[in-house]
Design a protein. Structure first.
Length: 564
């Protein structure tokens, strides 16, 4: 999903709506923060989906083709991958460790490189089943394949939702799936049955589905665990799919969010429009752009279902492609058609073309072929013009865009390493290793319990709140609390610094006078503080107190969460 892909997709979206096209907007392009990330691998200038997935999901750059392992592990080196010091946890594992839920949604095989980055640790992204491990002369009992890890290892076996394609990776060669695709496993395992048996042993509700009707029926009751595998390999392109049997990416996203939202502590959900990449590799430009529009629809559904106040949505790409949006076409020209201009031999060229790939046409009499005269021109499987012949179009080394909305969204602006993304998300969500927004403020407001005559943090907050609420002179506030003027002044300054550190996501004021009056009345009814427009979100300030009975006083009213 390169930047040219976004520009071309939004134009196609607009033209489908009978507009010139250029003024259209993909759903995530309306997000308030936009940034760029650098996508290279440790050992590769231009990345693949495995090393990039490790970067944006685990927070560490590694080697080309390797998943969930540090750069100390070369590709295909099974023995090196056994060293647990090379293992990296993903942001999904961080969420699960905090008792939140996690899931994956993709239009590729659920064992493909990008979704596998959420849960797998593999020295080769191609080890999707045990037979592929053996092809590299490795022992799958030592280095487990990716499908096996999803079903039998943490964090994959804890995912509440797994939706995508790839049944063949889970089934033995002796088995044929529901639509006639043979399994690829040579170990005799049926991992779908293994997944079901695991849920039975845990005494939880579960359901396996393989078509849209079954999925929609499951959505009525939503079991604790949901596994949906809708194709033997990748899911079909949206424009070629049987809508009766195959759900859309937006439908998958909605069901996943509804399922995961039942956890009051929150969740992490990975959603991938993975077939954008596949269409680009085959120079199938209309399919690539349509899949991008489908991704936009999925993001729009997520934005509709999730509150901007407490749910962070980040949209990005793993890498770019070598699709070019070129020429000097007039406004509103068909994005899938030829440029208004011609080349030096008076031959038309396409507004969208590729630097390389399978769509290369051999020149005739040292002249390019007029692709607009081909019998299948503009059909879905028509390949756009290509400069360099290759079996498959390559990735691009361009920076890719990042779009963010929700808590701490402003952190995602600028140009930065792709591996920074999960750390930013974890900071906002208060999960994983390192500093979080939850403890950033607590470093400022805390009780120094070993100091003589220290003021408990709960009292510090009450002193500051009374000053904010009443506008009383600090001396009056100090008298109420039995503290000195110096102490009260220091406390108000300290609490104010903590409030500032919470950043704008946690400071929201009513927009109109009517709303201001309503908030003041409601807040006074709860707290008996007059003339207050909101409250400090104490969930983001860890308060220590001398007695457990005071702990409950430090909890915010849920009704006023994330407002001040």
């Amino acid at each position: 999903m390169s930047v040219p892909t976004l520009a071309a997709a939004r134009t196609l979206l607009g033209q489908r709506n009978n507009q010139p096209g250029e003024e259209a907007q993909l759903a995530f392009e309306a997000f308030p923060t936009i940034g760029l990330t650098k996508t290279y691998c440790v050992d590769a200038q231009i990345a693949d989906s495995a090393c990039t997935a490790t970067a944006y999901l685990c927070g560490v750059k590694n080697n080309y083709g390797v998943l969930g392992l540090t750069a100390a592990v070369p590709r295909r080196n099974c023995s090196a991958s056994l060293d647990t010091s090379t293992h990296i946890d993903s942001i999904a594992a961080w969420a699960l460790a905090d008792e939140r839920d996690a899931g994956i949604v993709t239009t590729t095989r659920v064992t493909h490189a990008s979704p596998a980055g959420v849960y797998a640790k593999s020295a080769n992204r191609n080890w999707e089943n045990d037979a592929k491990v053996r092809e590299d002369n490795q022992d799958p009992n030592t280095c487990q394949d990716i499908a096996y890890q999803l079903v039998h290892s943490s964090p994959g076996n804890q995912f509440k939702v797994i939706l995508g394609g790839g049944r063949r990776e889970f089934l033995p060669t002796t088995s044929i799936d529901e639509e006639g695709t043979p399994g690829l496993r040579t170990d005799g395992r049926n991992l779908i049955e293994d997944w079901q048996n695991d849920k039975i042993s845990r005494n939880v509700t579960y359901q396996y589905v393989w078509n849209r009707d079954q999925l929609m029926n499951a959505a009525e009751t939503l079991p604790d665990y949901l596994l949906g595998l809708f194709e033997g390999s990748h899911m079909q392109y949206n424009l070629e799919a049987n809508v009766q049997t195959e759900p859309t990416l937006a439908e998958l996203t909605e069901i996943a969010i509804r399922s995961l939202s039942r956890n009051e502590k929150g969740f992490f959900l990975f959603v991938e429009g993975g077939r954008i990449d596949h269409a680009h590799h085959d120079n199938l430009v209309e399919l690539a752009l349509d899949e991008t529009i489908e991704m936009s629809a999925a993001v729009a559904k997520a934005a509709e279902l999730l509150s901007e106040e407490d749910s962070l949505i980040v949209v990005t790409a793993d890498h770019a492609h070598v699709m070019a949006f070129n020429g000097y076409t007039k406004r509103g020209s068909d994005i899938l058609g030829p440029s208004d201009q011609r080349d030096e031999s008076n031959i038309p060229y396409m507004t969208i073309s590729y630097t390389n790939g399978p769509g290369f046409r051999s020149h005739v009499n040292n002249t390019r072929v007029d692709v607009t005269s081909e019998s299948n021109f503009r059909q879905l499987r028509w390949m756009s013009h290509v400069d360099v012949p290759l079996d498959s179009e390559t990735h691009g080394g361009d920076d890719v865009a990042v779009f963010a909305r929700g808590p701490q969204h402003q952190m995602f602006s600028g140009l930065y390493e792709q591996s920074q993304l999960p750390h930013l998300m974890a900071y906002a969500a208060c999960i994983g290793p390192g500093l979080h927004v939850c403890n950033a403020a607590s470093q400022i407001v805390q009780m120094q319990s070993l100091l003589k005559n220290s003021v408990p943090s709960i009292n510090q907050l009450l002193i500051a709140l009374r000053h904010y609420a009443t506008g009383s002179h600090l001396l009056a506030v100090a008298d109420m609390g039995g503290d000195s003027l110096t102490t009260s002044s220091r406390i108000v300054k300290k609490v104010s610094q903590a409030v500032v550190s919470l950043r704008r996501e946690f400071i929201i004021f009513p927009d109109t006078n009517r709303d201001q009056d309503r908030v003041k009345i409601e807040f006074y009814g709860i707290t008996r503080f007059p003339n207050v427009l909101g409250c400090i979100d104490c969930t983001n300030i860890k308060i220590q107190s001398p007695a457990s009975s005071l702990d409950t006083l430090s909890q915010p009213y849920n009704k006023w969460r994330t407002k001040i």
